[in-house]
Design a protein around this ligand. Structure first.
Ligand code: SAJ
Length: 420
């Protein structure tokens, strides 16, 4: 079987590479010529552990090719962005366009799989109206399914293989054919259902995480008033066998957790109250973080300060700035009249207008060091040898060791802890 993967981003590319590494002929398609070129030249446009070696192998062995338009294949996998509009409604235009782009190529017996995370009913209401234009009968002549990815950036290859998958077919045969295909490399179990259930399951998973993080953020704000260290409290609560509280932070970012719950808010309206409130709570964290930074500066009598923002990625050890809370924290700090310099060892192209410095430059200019992302490089810093202008540090991710930093003479502040 040959596969055409439409969309060569964080999900499409690893998936394409994985099939190619297992001896399947894959053709990757992206409307962005730079993404296509990067594959042809084996120059990665995204950072992911193990991707480079696998890409090299796939291209060198001739199993992966790429272009800006689809080619005739047996299977089409759609893995394009499904972002939200500024008013928090789903933007399904990429899914619709990608589907439309394969219609001229599909033939009897082909399989079309949607990987992108989408609001329930998207396969039915957005994809099928395009696919019927092929003249093929859906479910019997043209098989269609939703097979949402569940991988976590940073560990994509491990999780692509080992995670269970939920596959929802528009017909039983569609689901079965999809399962057969993914069994090429998936070692986890593949559970079959209908397309709408699979769509809901995927969005539910990310919403569960968002709601749970909002709960932790709400408690973090309260802990500051109660004079409790929320990280300690969460650790203790999680010793309970049926409790798994997530962790607070400067906000929730990325293209999934901060986006998908809005799909349910749009569909559920009044019924999606907890989900909506959780989104708002998580979206309030950048401003909470900026205000706490300001309060620390005030307490130290520092006016007209320069804040060092360490970490621009949406989470630790990734190079992805999509929906990163750090950028909003920086905006909020600037609104408060503070100057911000920033540093991120993983970001090659800063998508925010703030100035990015080297670690040393940022350390030398900052009146306070605010850690916004739990990158490995930050965890491993040795405060005793740091050549920094300031001896005030604010850790929003609980990624630094208070004892070690205090021993090195730093005044240590932690989000979700009033101490200091
Ligand atoms: N975060 C917290 N507290 C936590 C955990 C995360 O504030 O306790 C923040 C992170 O810092 C980050 C954001 O949430 O800003 C999202 O990070 P994440 O690690 O929770 O998730 P993603 O977006 O990298 O990946 C998620 C995963 N979904 C779940 O764990 C349910 C992944 O399995 C999905 O495949 C992915 O979304 C996706 O593509 O949908």
């Amino acid at each position: 079987k040959s596969i055409c993967v439409v969309g060569l981003g964080y999900i499409g590319l690893p998936t394409a590479v994985m099939f190619a590494n297992h001896g399947v002929k894959v053709h990757g398609v992206d409307v962005n010529p730079a993404a296509v070129k990067s594959i042809q030249e084996k120059q990665l446009h995204i950072e992911e552990n193990g991707l480079q070696e696998r890409l090299n192998k796939a291209v060198d062995e001739g199993f992966l090719t790429a272009s800006t338009t689809p080619v005739t294949s047996d299977v089409y996998i759609v893995a394009v962005p499904s972002p939200i509009n500024p008013d928090n409604t789903a933007n399904l235009e990429y899914v619709r366009q990608a589907t439309a782009s394969i219609v001229p190529f599909v033939k009897k017996g082909d399989l079309v799989i949607l990987e992108s995370t989408v609001p329930p009913k998207t396969v039915e209401n957005v994809m099928l109206p395009e696919l019927v234009k092929s003249g093929l009968e859906i479910g019997t002549e043209l098989y269609v399914s939703h097979s949402p990815e569940r991988v976590i950036p940073g560990r994509i290859f491990e999780e692509l293989v080992n995670n269970d998958r939920i596959v929802g077919g528009i017909s039983q045969k569609s689901a079965e054919l999809t399962k057969e295909l993914y069994e090429t490399f998936v070692k986890g179990e593949i559970h079959l259902t209908d397309a709408t259930t699979a769509e809901l399951v995927k969005v539910m998973e990310n919403t569960y995480r968002d709601v749970n993080i909002a709960f932790a953020n709400e408690l973090a704000k309260m802990a500051e008033k109660l004079d409790v260290n929320i990280w300690e409290a969460i650790k203790f609560a999680n010793y309970h066998p049926r409790v798994n509280v997530h962790f607070p932070g400067p906000g929730v970012g990325g293209h999934c957790i901060a986006v998908d719950p809005w799909f349910l808010v749009e569909l559920g309206g009044e019924q999606a109250q907890i989900i909506h409130l959780s989104r708002n709570t998580n979206d309030s964290m950048p401003s909470f973080t900026a205000q706490k930074t300001q309060a620390i500066l005030n307490k130290n009598g520092i006016a007209g300060a320069t804040v060092g923002a360490f970490g621009l990625a949406f989470k630790g050890n990734v190079d992805d700035m999509r929906e990163s809370p750090s950028t909003i924290v920086i905006d909020e700090l600037q609104k408060l009249g503070l100057t911000v310099v920033s540093h991120d060892p993983h970001i090659k192209q800063n998508k925010h207008e703030t100035q990015t410095q080297s670690m040393q430059e940022a350390l030398e200019q900052s009146d306070i060091l605010v850690f916004l992302t739990d990158h490995k490089e930050f965890r491993e810093l040795d405060p005793a040898t740091l050549n920094a202008k300031s001896k005030i540090v604010f850790d929003t991710k609980n990624c630094l060791n208070r004892e070690v930093w205090e021993k090195a003479g730093f005044q240590f502040h932690l989000l979700g802890d009033a101490k200091n």
